[in-house]
Design a protein around this ligand. Structure first.
Ligand SMILES: [Zn+2]
Length: 77
């Protein structure tokens, strides 16, 4: 099942952590640079981007290629 978060949230890019790692939190989302899908950084439901770079579930999100991911802050529309 595919959930299009862009229909629900307005996203704006945010900075990486000072050490270059990706921030995470309840209002932080990751945009995959490959397929442009958006996945929550702390996904509680199983979700994945189309190309498989991002795989979420159980409150965390696995990233195969972090350098190709843009962190976003999501606000409800
Ligand atoms: Zn992807």
């Amino acid at each position: 099942m595919k959930l299009d978060l862009r229909k629900i949230y307005r996203f704006e890019p945010i900075s990486r952590q000072p050490d270059g790692s990706l921030p995470k939190g309840g209002d932080v989302y990751y945009e995959c640079g490959g397929c442009k899908d958006v996945v929550s950084s702390v996904s509680h439901i199983a979700s994945a981007c189309a190309c498989g770079n991002l795989t979420g579930g159980g409150g965390k999100t696995e990233i195969k290629a972090p350098d190709q991911v843009t962190p976003l802050r999501g606000k409800l529309k």
